[in-house]
Design a protein around this ligand. Sequence first.
Ligand code: 5AD
Length: 440
Amino acid sequence: MKNVANPKAAFYTLGCKVNQNETEALGALFKEHAYQVVDFDEVADVYIINTCTVTHLGDRKSRQVIRRAINTNPEALIVVTGCYAQTSPGELEQISGVDLIVGTRDRARIVDLIQEHKKGKKPVTHVSNILTVSDFEELPVDRLINRTRAFLKVQEGCEQFCTYCIIPYARGPSRSRSIENTLLEANKLTAAGFKEIILTGIHLGAYGKDLPNKVDLVYLCKQLLEQTNIERLRLGSIEPTEIVDELISLMKENPRFCRDLHIPLQNGDDEILKQMHRPYTTKDFRDIVKKIRDKIPDIGISSDIMVGFPGEEQNNFASSLSFVKEIGFMGLHVFKYSPRKGTPASKFPAQVSSQEKEKRSKAMLELAEQGFKSFATNYLGETLDVLVETAWPQGGWEGHTDNNLRVVFSGEGEKGIIVPIKLKALEKNYVQGEPNYSRN
Ligand code: 5AD
């Protein structure tokens, strides 16, 4: 029985997988402090909104969600954290009803900060200079139950300073979780029943650069595969220049290492890549994808693409489109360029109009759909292992194959088991199938 006197906390996450991991970790922390975690639409005593600022839409959605919480319970303590809180605390202080602003640091102390704070005072901003931080803040996530996939943050921050990107200013320099702590955490997750670990980071490929003994991401993955019983290990986003031969071999040889790579291309035109300060050309990208596919034919490769970067003329966009088509990604996130204050590109001339960005985004999204379809079609009639992640409210189950196909099936299922599914029909962004234990 739950103690009804326990204060209630409700969470909302905007943005990336790192944010999702951090919110989960914060939820666990609140539970440890005797809070009851409730749905965001319920009346709670504390609302924690983990914000995103990667584009202006992140800012806008973050503000909308904050207002929603204030409307649900004007008496509640409203706590705003994450990237938008880190970069623009002043904008958040303007929202009447916001009580506490905590950036991307000191979140292990968030419960104490809340307990020190009383509703009704002026908003308190607890945001420190992130650019000088060198420690990796540990936030354990293993207490969560009834989950199948866990995002495990092993790296924080980024020092690439791509000309469009605000994230280095929101997250600070690159720093890594130690191998020992990552293994401890992964073993706890496995013991708690998780079947899949997805390694995440702001710049995952920079893993280990700040650690002693020259460890890197490949070493970390090897250790995780050897020293834990996790059934599946998956990588978050990784830069094209960081996909080394050893990583490809490990993925090819170890069936527990999911054949799935998210490689952000950002643009398919060399001139634009240069303006973005991306450290590769389309030729480099084509070569690395070819090398990966030659070794691992079934690999699922997805990407992020930006349209409407300043200076992207019709001819640049045309080459971007044709390059994306040539590569053929099984998944594509399309971003309309959004000028971020303080970044070099926001001051570049030749900004692209929003109508034009909209048009280009639509064209790119069509390629996204085509890319998914042509990849998924290869597997119709085949039987692949699917990790069951969620029950559909209208009946049926949903999960992913190791090469990241989203699969829905009806029949016998159970969260957290791996089921052989014969793939039967394509939907817009998933594949329908049915259990096939005889694998015929
Ligand atoms: N405008 C639009 N998209 C952006 N991204 C990063 N910065 C911006 C920006 N200023 C996108 C990139 C990145 C993804 C997480 O967000 O494509 O890979």
